[in-house]
Design a protein around this ligand. Structure first.
Ligand SMILES: [Zn+2]
Length: 139
């Protein structure tokens, strides 16, 4: 799986997920990729901030493990920069944002299975990202 940062002819930027580069080229060729803001199919790729590779062994990447670790680090840095770490208050904060008590923002943190059930019931949109690194010295 690969993530490309894409931009349309009007300068809107958005992310596209593809199986590989060939898949991107193919979809672009057929005009299947359109800007979510203006539906333009005049799309070009801008240098990607990060890409996620499958864990499948790849003979072209003898240092696959290293690459994966690096990508994971980049992703963590991305979340560090763009998401407010609320730690174990994740469910509480998510609900506050959902009901307009807290300022809408990107947050990250941890939640229990029970809290996740509540969030789903309340219609809170969230995603789970499995991470191998568990140490977090924020704050
Ligand atoms: Zn656009």
């Amino acid at each position: 799986m690969i993530v490309y940062d894409l931009s349309c002819s009007k300068g809107h930027t958005f992310e596209g997920w593809f199986d590989d580069r060939a898949s991107y080229e193919n979809q672009k060729e057929k005009g299947l990729i359109s800007c979510p803001f203006c539906d333009s199919t005049d799309i070009s790729r801008i240098p990607s901030t990060f890409a996620i590779k499958s864990s499948q062994p790849n003979k072209d990447y003898p240092e696959q493990k290293n690459v994966t670790a690096q990508l994971e680090k980049q992703i963590m840095e991305f979340f560090d920069k763009n998401f407010d770490n609320v730690g174990s208050n994740f469910a509480k904060e998510a609900l506050k944002i959902q009901y307009g008590v807290s300022e809408p923002r990107n947050i990250r943190g941890v939640s229990s299975d029970e809290e996740e059930k509540i969030l789903r019931k309340e219609g809170v949109k969230f995603m789970k990202i499995p991470m191998t690194a568990t140490s977090d010295h924020d704050g």
